[in-house]
Design a protein around this ligand. Structure first.
Ligand code: SF4
Length: 246
């Protein structure tokens, strides 16, 4: 068991790059808004997951048309051996490697950096970095782990690895002005002046019942302006307008 599915060609998962996205199965968190919840348990799958050879074949076929492979999930660091193997495979084809992670597996992220097998890390900070807040949003007390993963930014800078942080927001669930302020303050304090993206959560894609409406673009701009008090590169991502600097 490795991956649920693969997007052979995506233009939206790494700004400026055409990429193949590989979704690896499994995740230690249980966010109610998860839009890839079929990846959380093998029992939920409607079809057989792809194995390593099939993924390698897909990457090789699309390699003339892409510049990078992005590993997502689920949480791609949960299947660590498969992730390392596929990252090495992509590098050997001359492709860059990106990961989208929830920051839970700090040691594994560090190992991948030290092995020079990653070029871009996009990390979720799902809630203020406090036990109760993380438990409420992700179902797991992961605040300390995510804080430690944020602290890897210095190592990323030394190794010239791109690093950005993202928070997905839903009205009346996560993303109040106070929560965004706490998150932005923590990013600044622990990592430094890192790019921060506030993403519009889409209720109809959520795993479980979520508030019926999404934040509007104007509401996201207001939240981004709060984060801008602490971070210089803050962006919003919406369904209607894509990524915008604020
Ligand atoms: S961390 Fe991501 S993949 Fe895991 S449950 Fe949350 S939204 Fe889903």
């Amino acid at each position: 068991m490795t991956a649920k599915n693969i997007i052979p060609l995506s233009m939206v998962d790494w700004t400026g790059h055409a990429v193949t996205v590989v979704f690896l199965m499994g995740c230690p968190m249980r966010c109610p808004y998860c839009h890839n919840h079929q990846l959380l348990n093998a029992g939920q799958l409607s079809s057989e997951p792809a194995n390593i050879e099939e993924i390698e074949s897909e990457i090789k076929t699309t390699s003339p048309f892409i510049s990078a492979v992005v590993f997502s999930g689920g949480e791609c660091f949960q299947q660590f051996d498969a992730l390392l193997h596929l990252a090495e495979f992509a590098h050997k084809l001359g492709l860059l490697v990106g990961v989208q992670t929830n920051g839970y597996y700090t040691d594994r992220i560090k190992q991948m950096i030290e092995k020079h097998l990653v070029d871009q890390i996009c990390m979720d900070v799902k809630a203020p970095l406090e036990r109760d807040a993380y438990l409420r949003i992700s179902g797991v007390d992961a605040a300390n782990r995510v804080s430690e993963s944020l602290g890897l930014y210095e190592l990323c800078k030394e190794n010239e690895i791109g690093f950005e942080i993202r928070t997905t927001v839903f009205p009346d669930f996560i993303g109040s002005p106070q929560e965004i302020q706490l998150i932005a303050e923590s990013i600044r304090e622990i990592a430094g002046d890192v790019r921060y993206i506030i993403q519009q959560g889409i209720p109809e894609h959520a795993w479980k019942d979520m508030p019926e409406r999404a934040y509007t673009r104007d509401e996201l701009i207001s939240l981004a302006q709060i984060a801008r008090q602490f971070l210089s590169d803050v962006r919003i991502r919406t369904k209607e307008s894509g990524e915008e600097c604020v």
